[in-house]
Write a protein that binds this ligand. Structure first.
Ligand SMILES: [Zn+2]
Length: 405
């Protein structure tokens, strides 16, 4: 019998409907929530009470007309209690952010990566998380989840980093090691999730739609908690191309992160653009990353124009594969070579014009260099707002086990 499981799933789905409505339209009353969601007023009242008790929602402020004839109490996403922590393990740095449920950056901290071994990385990440947690506590905030992202393919059923060539990792069981490290520094029992960096970054863009984030002038100090952000539903399909030391893409498709059967989806840095081309970090030749990874562009005498032409080809290929509404560019190669991203954008537009099709919206990352870390923070929120059937993950894990057996 799966009745209990189904009931719990139904409840989670109903809660997520209310949260998503309030993200898109802050200030709705219970009566308006019932009208917009199609749920009964008593169900809405019950769920809203739970969500307030669990610090997801707050109520109060000026009474609003509910459009149904009575003044009533407005409800909002509570940005004053829960904070989402996100960490990007990059090839040369570790970035940590804490954001509110609406995507406002409350805290940010960046350090050079001191020891690239899995154990060394876990220890450094845990130290930074403990410092952030102490700072948040002073502001009355508590960490409700930690998302971590890495520059490599992650199996999201098992938390194993299958392949991260720029870190020199293969089949590293990182998630359990991170959970242990967080518990050791006083963050036990917090939900921890692991994902690829570009996959995380696309979620930051998708979940925190209209965020014009404000970072405290002095890093490591909590930003003022006034919330002027609005969130809502994003563009779908949406692709984030992270062009850093490694090159990868994150894809949101049909309102969910699309990672493929084994977490490899979007590993576009290792699509081959030229047979027998330059050597890549993965050991093969002619991969995209070997033409325009940030280290290639930094080399003396690097031909940025040619690199941009290859980058444009890659973006065009992505465009015709997914027909996205928007492509967002991030990473060091785009941040430090503005002309490079622009030339690639123009190439996509020319291609679209030539095909008589409207080009997708093209822009750079809203959170700049913090995009993967903010996206890692959004991992738990993304999952919470889109409940999966409890056995769906188990099914995927079994399918994976069959595939590798
Ligand atoms: Zn490669």
């Amino acid at each position: 019998m799966t009745t209990i499981g189904d009931q719990q799933l139904l409840k989670r789905m109903n809660r997520s409907v209310l949260l998503r409505l309030l993200r898109a339209q802050p200030g709705l009353s219970r009566a308006r929530l019932a009208a917009e969601s199609g749920l009964t007023k008593s169900t809405v009242s019950l769920l809203v009470r739970e969500l307030i008790d669990e610090d997801w929602l707050s109520e109060g402020g000026t009474a609003v007309a509910d459009g149904l004839g009575r003044p009533s109490t407005p409800l909002r996403i509570n940005v004053g209690v829960r904070a989402l922590m996100g960490v990007e393990i990059a090839v040369e740095t570790v970035r940590l952010v804490c954001v509110s449920l609406q995507g406002e950056v409350l805290y940010a901290d960046t350090h050079a990566l001191t020891d690239g071994s899995p154990a060394g990385v876990c220890a450094q990440v845990a130290r930074m998380a403990a410092a952030a947690n102490a700072q948040l506590k002073k502001g009355g905030l508590r960490v409700s989840s930690i998302g971590v992202c890495v520059p490599g393919a992650v199996d999201d059923c098992t938390g194993v980093v299958r392949f991260a060539p720029n870190l020199g990792w293969r089949n590293v069981s990182l998630l359990p090691a991170l959970e242990e490290a967080f518990a050791a520094v006083g963050l036990p029992g917090v939900t921890v999730q692991l994902q690829n960096d570009a996959d995380a970054a696309v979620l930051g863009e998708y979940e925190f739609v209209a965020s014009e984030y404000k970072l405290a002038a002095n890093e490591n100090k909590l930003a003022s908690n006034e919330n002027k952000l609005a969130s809502g539903e994003g563009e779908d399909p949406l692709i984030f191309v992270n062009c850093d030391v490694g090159v990868g893409a994150g894809v949101v498709l049909n309102d969910r992160l699309f990672t493929g059967a084994q977490g490899m989806a979007g590993e576009i840095g290792h699509t081959i653009l030229e047979l027998d081309g330059p050597l890549c970090s993965c050991g093969r030749r002619g991969c995209a990353e070997a033409f325009f990874g940030s280290r290639v562009l930094e080399r003396e005498g690097a031909d940025t124009q040619r690199a941009a032409a290859f980058f444009g080809v890659l973006l065009q290929n992505l465009w015709v594969t997914f027909n996205p509404r928007a492509i967002v560019l991030g990473g060091k190669a785009c941040a430090e070579h503005r002309g490079f991203a622009q030339a690639a954008f123009e190439s996509v537009k020319r291609h679209a014009d030539g095909a008589g099709m409207p080009a997708p919206a093209l822009r750079t990352a809203r959170y700049d260099e913090l995009a993967p870390a903010v996206g890692a923070a959004a991992l738990a929120l993304h999952e919470y707002l889109r409940p999966l059937q409890p056995d769906a993950k188990a099914r995927r894990a079994r399918a994976l086990a069959r595939a590798v057996a």
